[in-house]
Write a protein that binds this ligand. Structure first.
Ligand SMILES: *Cc1c(COP(=O)(O)O)cnc(C)c1O
Length: 222
C-alpha cells in the first residue's frame, strides 16, 4: 500500500471533528512530501532537531506538531514555527516555551501530557498534578502560551478494555477542565490514539489522533 492509499483509508473512516496528525518521525523528507502531495498538512515529530531539518526544506504551509518528550534547552530551535506542542509535563517547560514564544512575539499552543498508562517508563502528569498546575497563580504570568488541551498514550498492550478504560478516564478528566478556562487555558483538544488504538480513542472522545506506522509503514526504531 502506498502512503497516499493509507492516508485515504484513514481519513475516509474518521469523523470530521477529528484531526489526523501524520507522525513522520524517522521517515525521510521525501515520504513527508508524498503525504503532503496527497493532501496531508499536519505532521508530528518527536525530536526537535529532526523536525527543524524537515521544516527548513519542506513546504511552509505544513503544521508541525512536537509530540515527543521535550528537552527545555532545545525549545528555542522550534519556537518560531511549531504549531502545537503535545508533550508538556512540567511548569518549568511551560516557562521555557513562554520565554521563547515571547522572543518571537507569538503565543504557542501546548497540550499537557497526562500519564494514563500503567507502564513505569511513560512521561506525563497525574490528574492531580495537572489540576495543581492549572490552578496555580504562576500560570497566569505566562502570557505567551495557550494550554489548548490534553495528550495521553494508552498502555502498550493487546488488552482492548485496558486501553479503552485509560482513554475513558482521560476524556472524563478533560471534560472536567472547563472550569479552569482563562486567557491562557482553553481546553479544546484531546490528543489520544495511535496506529494501533486510534479507533478506540475516537470512540472514547479523541479529537486528535497521532498516526505513524499505519501511514508510513513500520519504523526501524522508536
Ligand atoms: C511514535 C508516536 C506515535 C505514532 O505511533 P504509531 O504507532 O506509529 O502510530 C504517536 N504518538 C507519539 C507520542 C509517538 O511517539
Amino acid at each position: 500500500m502506498s502512503i497516499k492509499n493509507n492516508l485515504n483509508n484513514i481519513t475516509r473512516t474518521i469523523p470530521e471533528n477529528v484531526t489526523l496528525i501524520a507522525v513522520s518521525k524517522t521517515q525521510p523528507a521525501a515520504s513527508v512530501l508524498e503525504a503532503y502531495q496527497a493532501g496531508q498538512r499536519a505532521f508530528g515529530e518527536n525530536k526537535i532537531q529532526e523536525m527543524v531539518e524537515k521544516f527548513d526544506i519542506l513546504p511552509k504551509d505544513i503544521e508541525w506538531h512536537m509530540i515527543g518528550h521535550l528537552q527545555s534547552n532545545k525549545v528555542k530551535y522550534m519556537a518560531h514555527f511549531v504549531h502545537l506542542i503535545h508533550g508538556v509535563d512540567s511548569f518549568k517547560t511551560l516557562q521555557e516555551i513562554n520565554k521563547q514564544a515571547l522572543k518571537h512575539n507569538r503565543s504557542i499552543n501546548c497540550l499537557l501530557e497526562i500519564k494514563i498508562a500503567s507502564e513505569a517508563t511513560k512521561f506525563g502528569l497525574s490528574f492531580a498534578e495537572a489540576e495543581e498546575l492549572l490552578k496555580s497563580e504562576e500560570l497566569k504570568s505566562l502570557k505567551n502560551i495557550n494550554i489548548a488541551g490534553l495528550m495521553g498514550m494508552a498502555s502498550f498492550t493487546d488488552g482492548q478494555e485496558i486501553i479503552r478504560g485509560e482513554f475513558k478516564s482521560l476524556k472524563y478528566f478533560f471534560d472536567s477542565l472547563q472550569k479552569y478556562k482563562s486567557f491562557n487555558v482553553n481546553p479544546a483538544i484531546l490528543s489520544m490514539g495511535m496506529s494501533g488504538d486510534y479507533e478506540i480513542a475516537i470512540e472514547e472522545g479523541s479529537t486528535m489522533i497521532r498516526v505513524g506506522s499505519a501511514i508510513f509503514g513500520l519504523r526501524n526504531y522508536n
